[in-house]
Design a protein around this ligand. Structure first.
Ligand code: SF4
Length: 267
């Protein structure tokens, strides 16, 4: 079995949701414009580092979704999102804080690691390069609100960065956050992951995989108002037996797939 950070974090969020997604095949429909745009934007960044016209790349990627039945947030539209993306690409080029040598080798890097019992863990790292002259592992994020920077050191607790540091052995990590808001902004957020954090993460993965393989899928909703995780869970319709919610949010591809770890590419 091949596992990824996306799978493990979904199990930790709610084992029942993991079962719905990875064993029963209930996937969220691609109706969120922001998520699809994030994929287009990352491809445009790839074009930027390959010395190509990244604005043209963004337009052509996003144009493929012009007539898609997206649920746009209030005040959003296809054009407005494109405009924000172009603005962010220009700002990124002006900032010129990230350098990636040999982008063919150092972007979209697949790393794999053998776990016990013949299992494997796979990660896709967005890039390894330099931020302000310091070598680090980089993950791109597109979002509509700024990432919190307080209190200091918060980012070093981010499980995705810890996971990538564990996979790569690289301590210095960074999120480059492209914030789509009325005045687009880019955050360059650095963190350092310790050996202890990497060791703990490895142990947590082994423990979680053991629970998964023991078939433990209890629901895990118990977070109280207003942080009720069920409200943002795409599987809410299944737990509430609500056909309308299921029809709106989910599509079913029965059974587990050998390629489920590819979810990692959209996280
Ligand atoms: S709706 Fe709540 S209990 Fe049901 S799968 Fe989602 S998070 Fe778990």
């Amino acid at each position: 079995m091949v596992y990824s950070h996306t799978q493990i974090s979904q199990y930790l969020r709610c084992p029942r949701s993991y079962r719905y997604r990875y064993l029963d095949g209930w996937r969220e429909k691609d109706t969120r414009a922001g998520m699809v745009f994030g994929r287009c934007f990352e491809n445009a960044l790839g074009a930027y580092f390959h010395g190509e016209d990244c604005t043209a790349a963004l337009f052509s990627e996003w144009a493929a979704h012009r007539d898609a039945p997206f649920q746009y947030r209030k005040g959003e539209s296809w054009d407005r999102i494109l405009h924000q993306g172009v603005h962010l690409l220009h700002r990124f080029a002006q900032d010129d804080r990230i350098k990636i040598s040999d982008p063919g080798e150092n972007t979209q890097i697949k790393l794999s690691r053998t776990l016990g019992a013949g299992n494997e863990f796979v990660s896709y790292i967005d890039a390894i390069g330099e931020l302000d002259g310091q070598r680090c592992l980089i993950d791109w994020k597109t979002t509509t609100s700024r990432y919190s920077e307080d209190p200091a050191g918060l980012l070093s607790l981010d499980p995705q960065l810890i996971c990538y540091s564990w996979m790569s052995g690289i301590s210095d990590v960074a999120f480059v956050v492209f914030v789509r808001k009325s005045l687009p902004e880019i955050q360059y957020l650095k963190a350092t992951i310790s050996d202890d954090q990497r060791r703990d993460f490895g142990r947590m993965v082994e423990t979680t995989v053991a629970q998964l393989e023991a078939g433990q899928f209890p629901s895990h909703s118990g977070i109280r108002f207003p942080q009720n995780a069920c409200m943002s869970c795409s599987h809410l319709g299944l737990c509430l037996n609500n056909p309308k919610l299921i029809e709106t949010n989910l599509i079913r591809r029965p059974g587990a797939s050998d390629l489920d770890w590819l979810d990692e590419l959209v996280d």
